[in-house]
Each structure stands twice: as structure tokens, then as C-alpha cells.
Design a protein around this ligand. Structure first.
Ligand SMILES: CC(C)(COP(=O)(O)OP(=O)(O)OC[C@H]1O[C@@H](n2cnc3c(N)ncnc32)[C@H](O)[C@@H]1OP(=O)(O)O)[C@@H](O)C(=O)NCCC(=O)NCCS
Length: 232
């Protein structure tokens, strides 16, 4: 492996509009399955964004596995998590929000990353209802209005990042998983009513308009270094 004599997590981010690739060039990097998926987007902007984002994922991973981006092969686990077919010890996770794509990469353990655009709390109440436990909702209700959106988005991205690390996805787990909503203290409070301490969680700001979280199972015995990177 190239870039990756790693004892931490690399977090790569890029606005898909920054990726100077024509759609045809992007398609030449993608697998036939990926090209078919891109073609299924009716909306041209979404189609191009998805192709650029998958291209970015391939470019990032190519730095670690010493293969050209187009040679990388993925498998998809039953709940949707992508893994590398030929490099099972290199872990990664992908999140996109509008024009921004973030990829977390590590050799330590399966990792999850999630990003969300910052937006007013009034636009988030539906998401609060499906994702926050009664105790978490009480905490949000007791906060000054100015803090609610950020605390909620912090909790939401932490939960999604954890569920992406496990590969379970959010289907029936969001309300079983309880996290600290305080952005200064990212941690798992309980899962299925059990105390869970073996998670590394960290929030980050991929840019001024988004919030993000990274999650990785860890023994808690050593520091995990998170490095934010951009493709040069
Ligand atoms: C994974 C999930 C949390 C993504 O949430 P999101 O905020 O909408 O989207 P994000 O951009 O952050 O993440 C999307 C990426 O997560 C990855 N992903 C999808 N399912 C995943 C899972 N179960 N675990 C980890 N990662 C997953 C994919 O790489 C996906 O990108 P891609 O579709 O371009 O390959 C959500 O879609 C989910 O819970 N999916 C699993 C349940 C499901 O839909 N199962 C259907 C069977 S395929």
C-alpha cells in the first residue's frame, strides 16, 4: 500500500463541482455497473454529481492500493456498504451531500463517515422524530433555540457514521442508538440500552456549510489521528 502506513483515519473531501472532469471522462473510470447506475439518474446534474463523486472515491482509494482508479473492484454487502474486493484490510466509507463528497480511509477497523448540510431546525423536525430517543428529544427541547440544529445534526451524523461503520445502515437502529448531542463531547451513550464504550467518534467541518462525523470501533487504548486531506 502506498499512502497508507496509517495509524489513523484520513478524511478526503471534495466539491464535485471542483472535479474538472467531463462526464465522458468520468464514465471511462467507472465500471459498467457504475455507468449503468449513473445513467439511471434522470436529472443531469445529479447524474454528473454521482459520477464525479464515484470517480473521486476511486481516485482516493487508488493512492492506497497502488492500482489505477479504473482497476479498483468493489463488492456491496447486503445492507449496501461498499468494500474493496481485493484489499479487505483497507477500510473506507463514503458520504455525499449535494455537491460535496467525503471519503474516510483507514487500515485500522471498519470506519463510517457522514456529512450533512447545516440548516435551520425548522427543516429538521421530521428527522428529529424518526432518529432521536425520548431522552435525546428532551435534551434538544431544553436547549436554547440557537443551538438545537447544530446539536441535532451532530447527533444525527454520529449515529449515521456508526451505523455505516457497522454496515447495518439506519433502517431500524437509529432509535436504539443513543449518543451525546453535545458537539464538544462526541460519544456513544448506549446501544440497545447497553453501555457502549468502544467507539471512537469525532466531528469535523468539511467546509463552512456542512457538519460531519467519523466513527470507528476501537479498544480505546490509543489515540486515533484524524487527518483532513484534499487531492492535489
Ligand atoms: C447508508 C445510509 C445510512 C446512507 O445515508 P445517506 O445520508 O442517505 O447517504 P450518504 O451519502 O451519507 O451515504 C451513501 C453511501 O453510503 C454507502 N452505504 C450504503 N449503504 C451502506 C451501509 N449499509 N453501511 C455503510 N455504508 C453504506 C454507499 O457507499 C453510499 O454511496 P453510494 O450509494 O454512492 O455507493 C442509508 O442509505 C442506509 O441506512 N442504507 C441501508 C439500508 C438500506 O437502504 N438498505 C437497502 C438495501 S441495499
Amino acid at each position: 500500500m502506498n499512502d497508507a502506513a496509517m495509524s489513523g483515519i484520513d478524511v478526503w473531501s471534495r466539491g464535485t463541482n471542483d472535479i474538472e472532469l467531463s462526464f465522458d471522462v468520468a464514465l471511462s473510470v467507472l465500471s459498467p455497473d457504475e455507468c449503468m447506475r449513473a445513467e439511471r439518474y434522470r436529472d443531469e446534474a445529479k447524474r454528473q454529481r454521482w459520477a464525479a463523486s464515484r470517480c473521486f472515491l476511486r481516485q482516493v482509494l487508488s493512492r492506497y492500493v497502488d492500482e489505477p482508479p479504473e482497476a479498483i473492484r468493489f463488492d456491496r454487502l447486503p445492507q449496501g456498504k461498499l468494500v474493496l474486493s481485493d484489499h479487505p484490510s483497507l477500510h473506507f466509507s463514503l458520504s455525499h451531500a449535494g455537491e460535496l463528497t467525503v471519503v474516510a480511509v483507514t487500515t485500522t477497523n471498519p470506519v463510517g463517515v457522514d456529512i450533512e448540510p447545516l440548516r435551520p431546525y425548522a427543516e429538521l423536525t421530521g428527522a428529529v422524530a424518526i432518529s432521536m430517543t425520548p431522552r435525546e428529544r428532551d435534551i434538544l427541547d431544553a436547549l436554547p433555540a440557537s443551538k438545537r440544529a447544530r446539536w441535532f445534526l451532530h447527533g444525527w451524523t454520529c449515529k449515521e457514521a456508526i451505523l455505516k461503520a457497522t454496515g447495518a445502515g439506519i433502517d431500524d437502529q437509529l432509535l436504539k442508538l443513543e449518543v451525546s448531542l453535545d458537539p464538544n463531547v462526541p460519544r456513544v451513550v448506549a446501544w440497545d440500552n447497553r453501555y457502549e464504550e468502544n467507539w471512537f467518534l469525532q466531528t469535523f467541518a468539511p467546509d463552512k456549510r456542512h457538519i460531519g462525523a467519523i466513527a470507528m470501533k476501537s479498544q480505546g487504548t490509543h489515540e486515533i489521528n484524524v487527518v483532513q486531506r484534499t487531492l492535489g
